[in-house]
Ligand binder design. Structure first.
Ligand code: 15L
Length: 271
């Protein structure tokens, strides 16, 4: 695969991934609302507001595969989530379908299942338990990816990203950390694996404290190279400086669970 579109190219993950993806996909096309500040000569940028179908249609024209990181990457007001993540992701898949694109990697999130307790290990067959409007939009994106896969033949690969960063920054991230190189390894499976129909995997490195069973990713050939535990001492020292979070400390989604929380804590702990 040569011509690949990366949406959200100016965001945190997109900025890191650009450099790693460029040698793999020689005609990488970058897209976002705003041009990356450090765009290099030779990099191709197509501006697109995901809420503008015409602009999205132009961005996907002629590409072989899409890595969809674009949209709003944390919790936000409903209108923001609706436009950037719900309508935006629909535009992306619909434009891909109309343009005949046959592969899409969707950056889903751990927040689609954030209300599972940390004490539980979950796979990809449990019901979604979004912890935020943002998490709901990621569950929607996974459903949309399945729809376009089964209905229209877009091989789709959803990565429930934990936290992609250079290193895990606190205790929760020791369980869900994903290194940039390991994310690239997952993206390559999503774009390049022959015959892929629709898959959901967890985006995490080789984490001893994982809450997720990532067997499916391993079956598909994923071999993470980085280990959160190598950074445990610093992450736990950083955690010791943080205040306790009576809701967020129980559930996998952390602060996304405690924000705006007005639920029945004792009941949901046992659900
Ligand atoms: C996400 O989905 C966010 O995009 C990122 O900013 C982090 O908050 C991450 O989850 C996390 O759960 O740590």
């Amino acid at each position: 695969m040569r011509k690949v579109l990366l949406t959200g190219a100016s965001g945190g993950i997109g900025t890191r991934l650009r450099k790693l993806l460029r040698p793999l996909y020689p005609e990488l096309i970058l897209s976002d609302l705003m041009i990356p500040a450090d765009l290099l000569p030779g990099e191709t940028f197509v501006p697109a507001d995901l809420a503008d179908f015409g602009a999205v249609r132009r961005a996907v024209e002629g590409v072989e595969g899409i890595i969809h990181l674009g949209g709003h990457s944390v919790e936000g007001p409903w209108d923001t989530i609706l436009n950037a993540n719900i309508i935006g992701t629909y535009h992306l898949f619909e434009a891909a379908h109309q343009a005949g694109v046959k592969r899409a990697v969707f950056a889903s999130s751990n927040h689609a299942v954030g209300f599972y307790p940390r004490a539980e290990t979950i796979g990809v067959n449990e019901m979604v338990r979004p912890d935020s409007r943002y998490g709901v939009s990621k569950a929607f994106g996974e459903a949309l990816a399945a729809f376009y896969a089964f209905k229209h033949g877009i091989g789709s690969f959803c990565i429930r990203i934990g936290n992609m960063d250079d290193r895990p920054v606190d205790q929760r991230r020791l369980s869900i950390w994903l290194s940039p190189d390991d994310l690239v390894a997952l993206i390559r499976i999503g774009l390049e694996m022959p015959g892929l129909v629709h898959e959901i995997v967890y985006g995490m490195s080789d984490n001893e404290r994982a809450w997720w069973n990532n067997e499916r990713a391993h079956e598909l050939g994923y071999r993470p190279r980085d280990r959160a535990e190598d950074h445990a001492a610093e992450a736990l020292a950083a955690q010791a400086k943080l205040p306790p979070d009576p809701v967020g400390d129980i559930f996998q989604g952390g602060a996304f669970c405690s924000a705006e929380f007005s639920g029945l804590l004792e009941q949901i702990k046992k659900a």
